[in-house]
Design a protein around this ligand. Structure first.
Ligand code: CA
Length: 240
């Protein structure tokens, strides 16, 4: 659906095993790639590992509620626009409204049929996919496939951790621009993250090493006292 062959990926965050089984079966049959998390923290971890196209999030979860998870998804810049459909119990009108206020794109009341959920998922995915969104970002000989979560350089696969993937994505979206460590932290880790600016250096080093392993020119420029930019080695100085 995204690039012609990729299945849209759905992350289910629901602690009722029987419902997860039922929904997984039906969603896969409807052509979705489905992963499931049993609680909110596991859900956030799975989102960080690989960004799904949509999250189906249960309101009633052990430990942290679905509402809090939805808030955390919205607060992080990387996931701020990730479509979320909330599952709520019957009759909780105030909860539903609160769910939408918290940033869910839609909600569906239990009990519901898998068919109904699939229709809602398709509707939200149609609405949420901006016409301008590119499925692939590229710079020089580096290609990043957003749907497949895959990076290649000069046709060869580059293996990146989730943070390096987000870093590279940020650079590819803003080629040539110099970003300070603080700006990179906000964009890649989110404004609420408690991460030291020096951590950026560590991940830049990893990204650089992964990209340059095949012997290509270094595309990440270190700007003394300013930060980093994705640039051609002989490229002109670009500033914000
Ligand atoms: Ca539940």
């Amino acid at each position: 659906m995204i690039n012609g062959t990729m299945k849209p990926s759905i992350l289910l965050v629901e602690d009722e095993a029987a419902l997860v089984t039922l929904l997984t079966y039906n969603l896969e049959k409807a052509g979705f790639d489905v992963r499931a998390a049993m609680d909110g923290d596991e859900g956030l971890t799975m989102i960080a590992e690989r960004l799904p196209d949509l999250v189906v999030l249960d309101w009633m979860l052990p430990e942290v509620s679905g509402i809090e998870i939805c808030r955390q998804i919205r607060r992080n810049k990387v996931t701020a626009r990730l479509p979320v459909i909330m599952l709520t119990a019957r009759g909780e009108e105030a909860d539903r409204l609160r769910g939408l206020e918290t940033g869910a794109d839609d909600y569906i009341t239990k009990p519901f049929s898998p068919k109904e959920l699939i229709a809602r998922i398709r509707a939200v995915l149609r609405r949420s996919r901006p016409a301008t969104s590119a499925d692939e970002l590229s710079f020089a000989d580096v290609r990043l496939d957003l749907a497949a979560h895959r990076v290649t350089r000069n046709g060869r696969e580059v293996h990146l951790g989730p943070t390096e993937f987000r870093l590279l994505r940020h650079f590819l979206e803003n080629p040539g621009r110099v970003f300070s460590r603080e700006r990179i932290l906000d964009a890649v880790w989110g404004e609420d993250a408690y991460v030291e600016p020096r951590t950026v250096d560590v991940h830049i080093r990893r990204l650089r090493k992964a990209l340059n392993d095949s012997g290509g020119a270094d595309l990440i420029r270190t700007v003394r006292a300013a930060g980093y930019a994705l640039d051609r080695p002989s490229g002109q100085m670009a500033t914000e």
